[in-house]
Structure formats: C-alpha cells, structure tokens
Design a protein around this ligand. Structure first.
Ligand SMILES: [Fe+2]
Length: 265
C-alpha cells in the first residue's frame, strides 16, 4: 500500500498570492503533477490541513477544483486556516466526512492500513487541543481494531518543536495523546502538518512525522525567541510505503523536476 502525503497548500482565491508573495495555487498544481507522474501510483492521498489560507468560499471553490484533479481517494483533515463548515461543504462528496462537529475521519476500506483523521483544531484559534472529546474519539477508534496497522493524521503537532514562534500554536495536551497511543503498538505513524517542515521523533511509543508544505517552509530557527520567518525552500511531499514484512517506510520526495535519471554506480 502506497500513501502519498501532502500538507498545508494554503490555496487562495484565483489571482491572489499566499501572504501576497507566493503563488501557492501554482505550487499545489505542481505537486499534483508530480503526484500524477509517480510510478507506481499511490493508492491514497492524505492532506494534513490548511487546505486554504483564509477560509473563504472563493478559496474553497479553488480547492474543490484542485482536489478533483487527483484521481485517488483524498483524505483531508482541516487546519487552523480552514473554516469548519466551508471545509465540510467543500468536501461534502467524501464518504468519510462527519456531518456535524469535528471533522474526524475513519477509513478502513482503502487497503491494509487503517487511517484515522483526528481533528484537534479549535475554531477561531491557531493552536490545537487534544481535549476530552478528541482523546475519547481517538481511544474508541483505536479500540475498535487494536491490532490493525494504523496511521493517525492530525494538523498541529502535539509536541514542542524547538521553533519558538510555532510552538505557541501547536496542539495542547499532547501528553494525553501520547499516553493513549502508547497502549496501541499497531499505531505505525502519527502524521502532522502545520509547521511546514519535515521533522521526525519518537512520540507515545510510535514514530511521529511532520510533512513539509507544498508552498513555503517555516524558518528553521532554533534560537530562543527567534524572529518568525518563512522561506521558499524546495517543497516536498511524503510517501508512506506499507509492506507487511517491513512495516511503514516514509520517503521524503522533493517536488519538481531534476536532472536524471543518471547512470547508477
Ligand atoms: Fe499551514
């Protein structure tokens, strides 16, 4: 089972740039073209939030058009830049979408792995929160098939990254999540977005990976009280390759076209 993972496209209304500087729509189209050229093709595409930038209807109209270009099933969870009800309306054709409340997902019919989308966003706020309801939902889903290889998607990472200007808006109460996940060794990965960078660490006895954005990267500034900034670094996607004999291998794939193939020695 091959799972592509994009994050944080921050799509804008037609003719508008992300932060008035970057053409995030064009960059997402490039990511979609890159996806379409992958051999073999992924079975499934995940998107870990911030589908759009300001949550407007015009942005979601662009998002609907863009997502329709992806032939695989696309599982999307919201980020802090999404607007819950417009997001729900945009993705209303998805058979997995909750019809009210948080936009959690449970997908078990797309291959060997089960995908749980945990919506820990707090409407109107930038931080996330693994609150009572979210933790209960997660534990109930994990308990349904405790032995099945599982991916948990969420937007804001539930740990301190060391980049101070983003940590203020990470997911609160991460320790509660870690305690729950630690009791389910079949959780192969927790996948996050939000921080527009690739990071990996051990969390709750499993591996947690954050995906780069398809547009800008948050500056890697590990100094105390660093000045917030972003860079237009080479964007990337992740490919998660599940094989029962190996487990889940995560590949970081730069988006774009590069010289090659060259002779391999
Ligand atoms: Fe984002």
């Amino acid at each position: 089972m091959l799972i592509a993972h994009l994050s944080d496209p921050h799509l804008r209304a037609r003719g508008h740039l992300y932060q008035d500087l970057v053409d995030s729509n064009a960059m997402f189209l490039t990511a979609i073209r890159h996806l379409a050229a992958l051999v073999p093709q992924p079975d499934l595409v995940l998107l870990t939030g911030d589908l759009v930038d300001e949550g407007t209807e015009a942005e979601y109209a662009v998002a609907a058009e863009m997502l329709a270009r992806i032939p695989q099933p696309v599982l999307v969870i919201p980020g802090n830049h999404d607007e819950r009800e417009r997001f729900r309306a945009c993705l209303r054709h998805s058979p997995y979408l909750a019809t009210s409340g948080p936009l959690h997902l449970t997908v078990g019919d797309q291959g060997a792995m089960r995908i749980l989308g945990l919506d820990i966003t707090v409407p109107g706020e930038h931080h996330g929160d693994a609150d009572d309801a979210a933790c209960l939902w997660l534990e109930e889903r994990l308990e349904e098939e405790p032995g099945r290889p599982t991916i948990i998607m969420m937007h804001q990472p539930p740990f301190d990254t060391g980049i101070s200007f983003i940590d203020a808006s990470c997911c609160r109460q991460g320790a509660r999540m870690a305690e729950i996940v630690s009791r389910y060794p079949a959780v192969e990965r927790i996948l996050c977005g939000h921080i527009h960078r690739f990071m990996q660490l051990r969390f709750g006895g499993t591996m947690l990976v954050t995906a780069p954005s398809t547009c800008t990267a948050i500056a890697l500034r590990l100094q105390h009280r660093a000045e917030p900034a972003s860079f237009v670094e080479p964007p990337a996607l992740l490919l998660h390759h599940w094989r029962p004999q190996t487990g889940l291998i995560t590949h970081l794939v730069p988006i774009g076209w590069f010289p090659g193939p060259l002779p391999f020695f």
